[in-house]
Design a protein around this ligand. Structure first.
Ligand code: MG
Length: 305
């Protein structure tokens, strides 16, 4: 049924009630000052001056009285963010390495107080999506000594073990985010952030379901948002530090294997992986990769050619 809502001046409500005097309902919904049924149209007027017209012809009936109010924007599925978030003291978290065949999932939580924002901005902290690794690493080295943070890596052997036990990437990420956030909260205690902002990878309910077995779950003032690197410098900083640690782990792997590796999970990655199988065998490849990715089978096929 179509609803039309208009806003009238409160002193106009009396006039309206008069006009519908022959159609009034004795029963009133909460907050209503009169309710009427004229033909197929139900009319409900509220103390606030909002009047709702329901049923066929509601729009025409409403037009006699005033302007239709714009339809309300649909509610966002996630929890709404606190006002002025960008200027608050925030503990933010983000992760990298989840889509890379080689290398660890890396999560960082970082705290940025408002006083530190000008300094961080002058050091180049911003959304790192458009930055290249050398720039990210330069900035990370400058900010790590000055902001409280915690970086956690899930090395590939551990990752593969957890996948074998039936855990998915979302669960791992939730555990790492939660632990990194907890680490920073303990480090900065008794000071506390005004808000905690997680770069969203799962719906809030899913995130907390993933943490059902964790003993220490951070819940207070926690907000989730996608593209959160652009919403607060703490998430941008966390993202930069996580990337730095991932790149560092990546070069260590290259040193150990004496060969350059490729990021991502594309065709080039399959070729590099096939080379590792040929040189060191499948067991070695497993130690450096997320083995459930399709790249493993593709690399095995390439290695056999
Ligand atoms: Mg992210």
């Amino acid at each position: 049924m179509a609803n039309t809502v208009i806003q009238v001046a409160t002193n106009q409500l009396g006039e309206m009630k008069q006009a519908y005097a022959n159609f009034l309902n004795p029963k009133l919904p909460p907050g209503a000052i009169f309710s009427a049924k004229k033909g197929s149209v139900s009319i409900t007027a509220y103390k606030s001056g909002k009047v709702m017209f329901q049923g066929n012809g509601g729009e025409v009936e409403a037009a006699k009285w005033g302007q239709m109010l714009p339809k309300q924007a649909p509610k966002v599925a996630t929890n709404s963010l606190p006002e002025g978030l960008a200027r608050k003291d925030v503990l933010g978290s983000d992760e990298v390495g989840t889509g890379d065949f080689f290398g660890p999932i890396t999560v960082c939580a970082a705290y940025v107080a408002k006083e530190q924002m000008p300094l961080l901005t002058s050091l180049g902290v911003k959304d790192s999506k458009a930055m290249k690794d050398p720039e990210i690493c330069r900035i990370a080295e400058k900010i790590m000594p000055i902001i409280p943070h915690s970086v956690l890596l899930c090395p590939n052997p551990k990752y593969n073990e957890l996948v074998d036990e039936g855990m998915n990437q979302g669960q791992m990420k939730a555990m790492l985010h939660n632990r990194a956030l907890g680490n920073v909260l303990r480090r900065m205690w008794p000071a506390q952030p005004e808000a905690i902002l997680i770069d969203q990878f799962a719906e809030k309910n899913t995130y907390y379901r993933y943490l059902a077995k964790e003993s220490d779950v951070v819940r207070e003032h926690v907000y989730f948002a996608t593209k959160a690197e652009g919403l607060h410098l703490s998430v941008a900083a966390a993202s930069i530090i996580a990337r730095y640690k991932f790149v560092e782990a990546f070069s260590e792997m290259e040193q150990e294997l004496h060969m350059p590796l490729t990021k991502g999970a594309g065709a080039k990655v399959d070729q590099v992986a096939a080379q590792i199988i040929k040189t060191y065998g499948e067991a070695t490849l497993e130690k450096y990769t997320k083995k459930h990715f399709a790249n493993t089978e593709k690399a095995k096929r390439l290695a056999r050619l």
